[in-house]
Design a protein around this ligand. Structure first.
Ligand code: 5GP
Ligand code: ZN
Length: 144
């Protein structure tokens, strides 16, 4: 299933230009056009889904499997890679700008210009009761 007007669907079906690293029946990996660091790769399911919720388990699994292999390949490559971030932005508030689900594989090295960080303030540890309540809320939704 493809979506007309989706740039990643166009790349997957070779209607738009991209530097492809890997493609099989399930997933495609290509270079991000605006890389954070050299080697920044995107892994996308060949099936169009704007978000994670719409992605089936097979394609989701293939996506993470390929990202894992690419992380190893980046480390073994001639590109500078001392660590790797995997990043998936699910929804605009999470920073998603292209609405065909994709996993970023970003090579990292000391002193690089990448600004990924989880905390913008010094981290505070919530009380155990609060963490338990959050875990329970997610468990209820998982079991529903
Ligand atoms: P997001 O912000 O949705 O997590 O990531 C979208 C990514 O797609 C960005 O890192 C952006 O640089 C990349 N991107 C946007 N348009 C194109 C394009 O036409 N070709 C390629 N290869 N990457 C793109
Ligand atoms: Zn698409």
């Amino acid at each position: 299933m493809t979506d007309s007007g989706c740039i990643f669907c166009e790349i997957i079906s070779d209607k738009a230009e991209a530097s492809i690293v890997f493609q099989d029946d399930f997933v495609t990996a290509f270079m991000d056009a605006f890389p954070v660091n050299p080697g920044h790769t995107l892994v996308v399911p060949n099936q169009h889904s704007p978000d994670l919720a719409g992605l089936d388990e097979l394609h989701a699994g293939k996506m993470i499997q390929l990202a894992r292999k690419l992380a190893g390949a980046l480390r073994a490559s001639s590109l500078r890679c001392e660590g790797v971030n995997l990043l998936l932005a699910d929804g605009p508030v999470a920073g998603q700008t292209v609405f065909h689900v994709h996993l970023h594989v970003i090579p990292r090295f000391i002193g690089d210009p990448c600004g990924i960080r989880l905390h913008t303030e010094p981290p505070a540890a919530p009380a155990r009761e609060q963490l338990d309540a959050h875990a329970a809320a997610i468990k209820r939704a998982l079991d529903a």
